[in-house]
Design a binder for this molecule. Structure first.
Ligand SMILES: [Zn+2]
Length: 327
């Protein structure tokens, strides 16, 4: 009988080399395929109302740049922010995102072990925390002026702050409303946050009206100042929110579909680690990155605002939180 001797050391070495090679190749081939060609529906921005937009910073941290995008990122340090975007419109104020809950350290203790580990690691480095009330005050506004709260998506660092604002009506896509209402079985949403907004959520009525490179859109005030498009993937009801101050001064808040503007410039998805831990559907999210990248090419005047890219917020607002008008 022939004897076959397994050389474990050699086998392990072969696997190690293969793994390193695969990882190395992945670093240099992270660029996504281009999104399918799509005509641009240029928005009509001739009759915009006078709108002001304000940056409410709720906490910040410094993160290793390589966690920001897949592939070899050019960002050494990812200057991370958790911020609210306040739009002051003649018909009432709108707040996009609300940061962490003031009780976040207690809330994460109730999470399943892997989620708890991930959340607690992310919370370790955060500093300069502010309540929503204090952040409003800093820019001369109050939460009482809010007509709507619009979450870019329902994760803890975007919805959590709503435990402070239990009266404000919430406007969001039907998919994200369903995600929040399903918190007992869908673990993406914290029970405390779902309960804080329960009973006062309204689903956005998207219309088949093309906007930029999207086939449908929802215009919050009906005047072109604040327009929402769907970018499902990071969560089922993730959104991109356009705020138009003037034809030249425009931004699009893209939530956590990308972490850094570099992602839309180089068509790179988020890091593999953050795709794994934070995306509901990473493949769909990557398609949305390609679409946002296409939008960046079609509308170069548009400032992209990934929720956590402090450099991008600084580019639009200046080095500290404050407000910006059309002129
Ligand atoms: Zn986030």
């Amino acid at each position: 009988m022939a004897r076959f001797k397994v050389r474990w050391g050699r086998l392990f070495g072969m696997f190690l080399v293969a793994g390193l090679l695969a990882g190395g190749v992945k670093l240099f081939t992270a660029e996504l395929p281009a999104a399918p060609a799509h005509a641009r529906a240029v928005p009509d921005l001739k009759a915009l109302p006078e709108v002001e937009v304000c940056w409410l910073e709720l906490s910040r941290s410094d993160v290793w740049g390589q966690l920001g995008t897949a592939g070899l990122t050019r960002t050494g340090t990812w200057r991370n922010t958790a911020s609210g975007l306040l739009v002051r419109h003649p018909q009432g104020d709108v707040l996009i995102d609300a940061g962490y809950s003031p009780n976040v350290h207690e809330e994460v203790k109730q999470r399943p072990p892997l989620a708890r580990f991930f959340n607690e690691s992310a919370l370790k480095g955060i500093r300069d925390r502010s309540t929503l009330a204090a952040a409003f005050q800093k820019v001369g506004a109050t939460p009482e002026g809010l007509k709507w709260f619009i979450p870019s998506h329902a994760h803890l660092d975007h919805l959590g702050g709503m435990v402070e604002l239990r009266q404000v009506p919430v406007l969001l896509p039907a998919e994200e409303k369903a995600l929040i209402e399903g918190w007992r079985t869908r673990k993406e949403v914290f029970p405390e946050h779902a309960q804080a907004v329960e009973g006062r959520m309204t689903a956005m009525a998207f219309e088949p009206r093309p906007y930029e490179n999207f086939d449908e859109s929802f215009d919050v005030f009906g005047d072109g100042a604040v327009v929402v498009a769907r970018i499902p993937g990071h969560t089922p009801g993730s959104i991109a929110t356009f705020v138009n101050l003037s034809p030249e001064r425009r931004l699009v808040h893209v939530g956590d579909t990308v972490n850094l503007v570099e992602s839309v410039e180089r068509r790179l998805p988020k890091s593999t680690l953050l795709q794994f831990f934070t995306d509901t559907d990473s493949e769909a999210a990557r398609d949305q990155v390609a679409r946002l990248s296409q939008l960046h090419e079609l509308a170069p005047e548009l400032q992209f605002l990934p929720a956590h890219d402090r450099d991008a917020w600084e580019k639009f607002f200046g080095s500290a939180p404050g407000c910006v008008k059309a002129r």
